[in-house]
Design a protein around this ligand. Structure first.
Ligand SMILES: Nc1ncnc2c1ncn2[C@@H]1O[C@H](COP(=O)(O)OP(=O)(O)OP(=O)(O)O)[C@@H](O)[C@H]1O
Length: 552
């Protein structure tokens, strides 16, 4: 251990029924470093960090911070010790403001009750009474929110958020920044970031990296969980790789290549290139004409979208988050109403129909927010795997569903899509799966039914390199089988690697169309941020029957 070591985790063991999530893991972090934590989905990263944040108690092992042994029974203990954590899934209260969320949990008594409050209408003797203080602390919701201080903090890190806005008014990227702000607000020495950039745009991520470097310059240590090896190169000093609950190595980033890291993670070589064969295009599976829709705040989010997707075609939608992608995906999947326009699936007009009609018409949907829309966390893997198809007669007639068939179907999905961490499909709940494995389960459910139209919003977000390879190949196979796919992704490389056509969406409209073979990345980047004033708009769908050959 060096004199700079701030955190030492020794022999951490954490077991769940049927799974050893952390198998005697050692981890040490130096003061002022950004320490990357890598590993496949389900390797045990989040569990280890939840132990460190007092959310889980370890079955064995010790944690030392600055030489002092910590006994963490709750996140409050961790925060008191100077450890902050930003989770993979948001833990914000939608109807409260940003500032209220930031102070939430602080339980600061209202001004009148504060012992240091000047001008309180309560006499100091009453205010300072320990019983009054304890009651005020218990019952106050922290409504005295130092909004200006929080706004200053947000501005200082370039977060571009109005802290008086309500959480539900913000897009996912902004909500993520609130989570980070919340941790920064509590003076932490060690900050755990669990895939913090998963929902940020590349520019926002850059800005975050600048902020993180400023923080480490001030002596803060950061543990940074990520699946993106480019991020490891960009900001991480040292990296620890976990595999199947064990530490398989810690190294200085400068001494290992990306391919080395990928191999350490998955235990085999990972192909970064993908082979996209030419596929004959068939009939249109989707025709959207003049589609308009509003967002959750009732503000127009889609301003007249025309989109045709043919059998065997992947249409990639590129754009900076918050430009209508979420609404576009939800409208096409039938879970958001259109305010104008029409939607034809396989030639049939299903505008305004119920979501079930979309499902029955062969539409599959992989939503961006897998916990909110993708699954029922408290239901089993089996229920989640079959929830779209249990009505179609294959599993017997309700109320006499054949549970044996349902179980078998779910087990097939788990096996074919390599969903890990499932001890029994009827007993493991979807909410117990690691983020990436849950994503694989949702993809399995949506793809295995062999849809005519698949809408995939950020399908590889939060999944490991091995699984990304698998998901991309699966999407290409599905395309070959004749499915029309709308791929929404903030990862431009993914759009380039998979798409036959690329559409750039900006402020609810398609502003540019190209193909991977002809694309000019700079132009795409420009169009994504509002363009150069050039009036060129979307051309009609390609008339040729054959897509371009992949360029990779
Ligand atoms: N609350 C829980 N109950 C049961 N099993 C769990 C629970 N939390 C995690 N696990 C299991 O422990 C293992 C490690 O999961 P963990 O979430 O730590 O992985 P991870 O490396 O963070 O994965 P990802 O990159 O997908 O987020 C997985 O097999 C997971 O299914």
């Amino acid at each position: 251990m060096s004199e700079h070591t701030t955190l030492r985790m020794e022999g951490i063991l954490k077991e769940f029924p049927g799974v050893v999530a952390n198998d005697h893991i050692d981890l040490s972090v130096e003061r002022g470093e950004i320490h990357g934590l890598l590993g496949e989905n389900g390797a045990g990263k989040s569990t280890l960090m939840k132990v460190l944040y007092g959310l889980y108690s370890q079955d064995d092992g010790d944690i030392y911070l600055d030489g002092e042994r910590l006994d963490l029974e709750s996140p409050q203990d961790a925060i008191d010790a100077g450890i902050g954590m930003v989770h993979q899934h948001f833990m914000l209260i939608p109807r409260l403001t940003v500032a209220e969320n930031v102070v939430l949990g602080e339980r600061e008594p209202a001004t009148a009750f504060r012992s240091d409050a000047e001008g309180s209408w309560l006499p100091a003797t009453v205010r300072n009474n320990s019983l009054v203080q304890s009651l005020a602390g218990q019952f106050s919701l922290g409504l005295d929110v130092p909004e200006q201080r929080i706004q200053d903090l947000a501005d200082q890190y370039g977060f571009d958020i109005d802290v008086s806005a309500k959480i539900w008014e913000l897009d996912v990227g902004q909500q993520q920044r609130v989570e980070i702000l919340k941790a920064l607000y509590r003076d932490v020495d060690l900050l755990i970031l669990d895939e913090p950039t998963a929902v940020l745009t590349p520019t926002e991520a850059e800005r975050l990296f600048d902020s993180l470097e400023r923080l480490t310059d001030e002596g803060l240590s950061i543990i940074f969980i990520t699946h993106k090896l480019t991020e490891v190169d960009a900001i991480v000093d040292r990296v620890t790789v976990l595999r199947e609950g064990q530490n398989v190595g810690t190294a200085a980033v400068s001494s290992v290549s990306r391919a080395d890291l990928a191999e350490m993670m998955v235990g085999r070589e990972v192909l970064f290139d993908i082979d996209r064969e030419a596929v004959d295009l068939g009939d249109p599976v989707l025709r959207a004409r003049g589609v308009k829709a509003t967002d959750n705040r009732d503000i127009e989010a889609l301003s007249g979208i025309d989109l045709t997707v043919r059998q065997g075609e992947i249409v990639g939608i590129a754009g900076v988050s918050g430009n209508g992608q979420k609404e576009l995906a939800e409208v096409m999947a039938g879970i958001r109403d259109v305010t104008a326009g029409e939607l034809l699936v396989n030639g049939e007009d299903i505008t305004g129909a119920k979501p079930k009609t979309f499902v029955d018409s062969g539409v599959s949907f992989v939503p961006e927010d897998r916990l909110q829309y993708g699954c029922a966390e408290d239901l089993s893997v089996m229920h989640n795997a079959t929830m779209k198809d249990f009505r179609d007669g294959r599993f017997g007639d309700r109320p006499f569903l054949d549970y044996g068939e349902l179980r078998e179907y779910a087990e097939t999905l788990v096996e074919e899509f390599d969903v890990r961490g499932v001890s029994d499909v009827t007993e493991t709940n979807a909410g117990d799966l690691s983020g990436g494995n849950l994503q694989k389960l949702i993809l399995a459910r949506e793809i295995y039914r062999d849809p005519d139209l698949l809408i995939a919003n950020q399908p590889t977000r939060g999944v490991d390199v091995g699984a990304i390879e698998f998901i991309r190949e699966t999407l290409l196979e599905q395309r070959k089988a004749g499915t029309g796919i709308i791929l929404l992704s903030e990862d431009l490389d993914e759009i380039f690697d998979l798409s036959d056509r690329i559409l750039v969406v900006y402020e609810g409209e398609f502003v540019y169309e190209t193909t991977p073979a002809e694309a000019d990345r700079e132009r795409i980047g420009l169009e994504m941020t509002g363009g150069d004033g050039d009036d060129e708009t979307v051309a009609s769908p390609p008339q040729s029957g054959v897509t371009q050959e992949g360029e990779s």
